[in-house]
Design a protein around this ligand. Structure first.
Ligand code: FAD
Length: 401
């Protein structure tokens, strides 16, 4: 990939910086700093979504005909880098990054016309109904049934670990529509309105104390058959296409760079053996190794961006990004815990509420360190566990059986 910036690119970078200076208010920055989870707190994420939508910058990855920005790969990279560095809120992106591209590829014209603008505007918030109790890595074994009844499917069963289901008004969902043949052959991809009678959302609170995930129960939930995307019993093809976007193609490296800069700032502020932690040889070595790994990841990201620009999809490289990005993120959050030492211990969720009016135990830069560490333990599990990603790479990249 050609990565020398042209004068136009530099002008674009100035435009992005100006926009971020103007719109990324101190309270939005503060909310992002205190976020431990994958997505920002809902109201914050939604506010930022609206700001980007108003500017026309909400969907850099989408083709222009559907409301994308039409940016070159270099412009996307510049935007992602500047946004990562500035610390923008993390959007609820399952509409933009997952079901949007699927609807573009497999949706009917009426589905595209209805759903895509609502994803862009933020009127629809999506959650992902793939995993079930007992069907995670072995997703094709899923049991949530959709039986035909007139013009509807009647859905019964349960989905688990559903991120953001408490906020979403729609779910894209894999259901079993046939038990004939191989398990993969009896799955369909349907779009469910979360207000439909018979749906119950139960929270699951994580070790970090966050409410991000849920279990969702379906009890005779009627879904119009017109809400199916793709052919009946061919949902596996659709599901796999979506997973490529879930696993890769995003700018991990700039976010990781910003997280690492946070760990460095802590080490600069904290004491160790009569001096500063940042001057401790052992810690500096670990920090430097992590910085090199972030740079290496960035180079890989450039290659993948160029692949997307050429082929329109990330392909199996998304598995590589998922493994490297999540493991590096875990390593960096671990370094931050090491740097903050015993101030990582207090459990003080109230100190992470944006605009709080109480003094935290320990320095302010400590409050989100342990929740981030705990939250990122899940990164090697969600979006397909890292062991499964390694299996995919072994098969598709290395050609092993
Ligand atoms: C925070 C979080 C958010 C999530 N959000 C969502 C969501 O929004 N929507 C959704 O549908 N799902 C979501 N998930 C579910 C996630 O996709 C699954 O947890 C994941 O696919 C693993 O499935 P499992 O939990 O059933 O574990 P299992 O599949 O039971 O795996 C258990 C362990 O065995 C290993 N393993 C299993 N099979 C193999 C194999 N063939 N080879 C080698 N090792 C193997 C796994 O790597 C893992 O370490 C989320 C999960 C988490 C933790």
């Amino acid at each position: 990939m050609h990565i020398d910036a042209t004068p136009e690119d530099l002008a674009f970078r100035e435009e992005v910086r100006g926009f971020l200076d103007d719109k990324l208010t101190p309270d939005l920055r503060e909310a992002t700093r205190l976020t431990s989870g994958v997505y920002s707190e809902f109201e914050t994420a939604f506010r930022w979504h609206r700001i980007l939508h108003e500017k026309g910058w909400i969907a850099p990855g989408w083709p222009r005909e559907y409301g994308g920005t039409g940016w070159t790969p270099m412009q996307r990279y510049i935007y992602d880098s500047e946004a990562g560095r500035a610390g923008v809120p993390r959007l609820f992106s399952m509409g933009l990054r997952m079901v949007g591209p699927v609807i573009m590829k497999y949706g009917r014209p009426d589905q595209k016309a209805y759903y895509l603008p609502r994803i862009l505007s933020g009127d629809d918030v999506w959650c992902q109904g793939y995993s079930e109790p007992g069907s995670g890595s072995d997703l094709a074994s899923l049991q949530c049934r959709a039986d035909k009844d007139g013009d509807d499917y009647v859905v019964n069963g349960s989905k688990i670990w559903t991120t953001g289901a408490q906020h979403a008004n729609r779910m894209f969902c894999l259901v079993r529509t046939s038990t004939e043949g191989k398990p993969q052959q009896g799955i369909s991809f349907i779009l469910i309105d979360m207000d439909t009678p018979g749906i119950r959302v139960e929270p699951i609170i994580t070790l970090a104390g966050d409410h991000e995930v849920n279990q969702v129960f379906f009890d005779d939930v009627r879904v119009p058959r017109a809400n199916r995307v793709g052919e009946e019993n061919d949902g596996w093809t659709v599901a796999k296409y979506l997973l490529e976007f879930e696993r890769g193609g995003t700018a991990y490296a700039t976010t990781l760079g910003a997280t690492l800069a946070g760990a460095r700032r802590i080490a600069e502020a904290e004491a160790s053996g009569g001096g500063r932690l940042i001057d401790d040889d052992g810690f500096r070595r670990k920090l430097a190794a992590a910085e090199i790994a972030v740079d290496a990841l960035q180079a890989t990201e450039h290659r993948i961006m160029s692949e997307i620009a050429r082929r329109g999809r990330p392909g199996p490289a998304s598995s590589m990004m998922k493994v490297s990005g999540s493991e590096l993120h875990q390593r960096i959050t671990e370094l931050a815990v090491e740097a903050i030492a015993y101030y990582a211990a207090p459990d003080q969720p109230e100190a992470r509420v944006p605009g709080r009016n109480l003094d935290p135990v320990g320095p302010d830069h400590a409050v989100a360190v342990m929740p981030k560490y705990l939250n990122y333990r899940a990164a090697s599990i969600y979006a397909g566990s890292n062991e499964i990603q390694r299996n995919i790479m072994a098969k598709l990249v290395l050609g092993l059986a």
